[in-house]
Design a protein around this ligand. Structure first.
Ligand code: AMP
Length: 535
């Protein structure tokens, strides 16, 4: 039988054009189905990711790290088109992107630019348009994960629920599409929970008070919320692999946790869910940044182990001795965890229906330097990859009043709005406003709309995707932590910043100062642990 030819990338670009020409969801699905059916097996995964503008699957930690400046430099000095242009195929484009992500080391920027140049040399104007859109993840044709899941279900004749479930487990839309189209429902069913195949962790929705927790659930446990890194531990007798929240294998970087799992977990086979934190010399948790160093190190690990000691807290078991437990209620899973985890630390927790008791518990968690609590419904199954109401996180948010000095144009649902804001504190010494964070979180659609028109009136200049404005609008910002960061001149960056109010009652001169940010940072350091020596 004759091998079908590789599909050209221009076909995918044309498909994206067609998708942006119709606003009808069913029509979009119909054209995608037709396209998917014409692809070769190995093209399905990359094509699906390129259509939705993901490039790499959600669970992958690969990044391109190509900025707007690089792209405009390339586009301003048009590549010298070779005499004979070999047309790009979908697989070629995926390979180029892989190469860009792989370029590392001291000359990585130049190398990434070179690879991108060679790809664009072979691209037509239309293809360039969609390559660039992919790099910025802004496809603007209204096809996100939801539409794509439906298209995959239709194209493969599988049930949408099954397709969704497979994505929940694997976190890889491309892989789900390939399996669905080549092995149908039977193949999809095989994407499930098996040892040494990580699944996406269950997540929690944010609440702001204990009372709110009880609005949703009456039978609930409160566990400490650690400010650490999620770990999924897979154990089969003496062998253990540990995966991060993004399902990267981090086993090699954290040997002491491997030892703990081997020696401390009394089960032949288990998949455990938990959190690893770093502890300072005073026994209190260290800031997140210090912990991240441990998770990315693959060399000099012994030395790092001494400098940044880790501690494991386990809070769930989702597989035990051949049995999948995700459909068991949380209370049941916790009992099993208590059985097998006598020699490891489980998350401190209480089960209570008393508001005051729960509030006391939150206070204790915070006093001990943790981030807050996670409330878990006792009857909750373990739903991989979802952020539902069965788990609720409650953190102590700190607030700052900051000034918006710039904003970036949004994409996707926020197209047409200036929706990503640079937040600045007043430097009293110089009278200037210095950026300490950035967020697109917290505003309603109406507020985005209002902000956009107000910001445009205050515009000083526009560059690339950013509109810089006169410091005028004050917003109240909740955040979880102030970090030291070289990203902004101020030297600080807020973690998990979110606008809680537009403070039209405040003038920019009344905004919080850089001095205040520094003080809060120092205070936070006292609450947190510290390292023997700063680096
Ligand atoms: P967030 O990252 O703010 O969405 O909060 C969810 C994260 O909290 C999870 O991914 C875990 O890494 C972390 N976490 C800390 N303690 C717990 C806990 N006891 N139960 C569940 N998640 C926890």
């Amino acid at each position: 039988m004759e091998e079908s030819r590789e599909t050209l990338f221009v076909e995918l670009a044309k498909l994206c054009e067609k998708l942006s020409e119709t606003s009808r969801r069913l029509e979009k699905i119909r054209i995608i189905v037709e396209f998917l059916k014409g692809l070769r097996k190995e093209e399905i995964g990359p094509a699906v990711l390129l259509i939705v503008g993901e490039i790499f699957p959600e669970v992958s930690s690969k990044t391109l790290e190509i900025g707007y400046a690089t792209i405009s430099r390339i586009l301003e000095t048009p590549p010298q088109a070779p005499l004979f242009k070999k047309p790009l195929t979908i697989l070629n484009v995926a390979e180029y992107f892989e190469k860009i992500a792989r370029a590392s080391g001291s000359r990585s920027r130049e190398n990434k630019e070179l690879v991108l140049r060679s790809m664009l040399e072979r691209a037509s104007e239309l293809e360039t348009k969609y390559i660039v859109k992919n790099i910025f993840g802004e496809m603007q044709h209204g096809v996100g994960e939801g539409v794509m899941l439906e298209a995959i279900a239709r194209a493969s004749g599988s049930s949408l629920d099954l397709v969704r479930r497979a994505l929940m487990f694997s976190g890889n839309l491309g892989k789900v599409a390939e399996v669905a189209l080549t092995s149908g429902e039977e193949g999809l069913r095989r994407i499930g929970l098996t040892l040494f195949n990580p699944v996406k962790p269950m997540l929690a929705q944010m609440v702001y008070s204990v009372k709110e927790v009880f609005k949703y659930h009456t039978n609930v446990a409160f566990e400490y919320k650690f400010d650490g890194a999620r770990v999924q531990i897979h154990k089969k007798n003496g062998s253990v692999r540990i995966f991060s929240r993004r399902l990267t294998d981090v086993t090699i970087s954290i040997p002491e946790i491997v030892d703990e799992a081997v020696n401390g977990v009394s089960a032949e086979e288990a998949i455990l869910d938990g959190e690893v934190i770093a502890v300072g010399v005073n026994g209190r948790p260290l800031p997140f940044q210090d912990l991240m160093r441990r998770f990315t190190k693959v060399k000099n690990i012994e030395e790092e182990m001494k400098r940044i000691p880790l501690k494991l807290y386990v809070f769930d078991v989702i597989y035990l001795n051949g049995r999948q437990l995700i459909d068991e209620p949380y209370s049941q899973r916790w009992s099993m965890l208590e059985e097998i985890g006598r020699k490891v630390s489980l998350a401190p927790r209480i089960v209570t229906s008393s508001i005051s008791e729960a509030e006391e518990f939150v206070k204790k968690a915070l006093e001990e330097g943790h981030e807050g609590v996670v409330a878990k419904a006792l009857n909750s199954p373990y739903v991989p990859g979802t952020r539902g109401r069965m788990w609720l996180k409650l953190k102590a948010a700190d607030h700052l009043d900051l000034v918006v000095i710039g904003a970036q144009w949004g994409y996707g649902r926020r197209t047409g709005w200036l929706s990503d804001y640079f937040l600045a504190a007043l430097d009293e010494e110089t009278g200037s406003y210095e950026i300490v964070g950035k967020t697109f979180k917290g505003l309603t659609d109406e507020e985005f709309e209002e902000m956009t028109s107000r910001l445009l009136e205050l515009k000083i200049r526009e560059e690339e995707n950013t509109v810089w404005v006169k410091p005028e609008i004050v917003v109240e910002v909740a955040y979880s932590e102030i970090q030291r960061s070289p990203r902004y001149k101020s030297g600080f960056a807020l973690r998990f910043a979110r606008i809680t109010r537009i403070r039209s009652d405040k003038a920019p001169s009344e905004a919080d100062t850089l001095k205040r940010v520094r003080e809060l940072y120092e205070g936070q350091k006292k609450r947190k642990g510290f390292l023997e020596q700063e680096y």
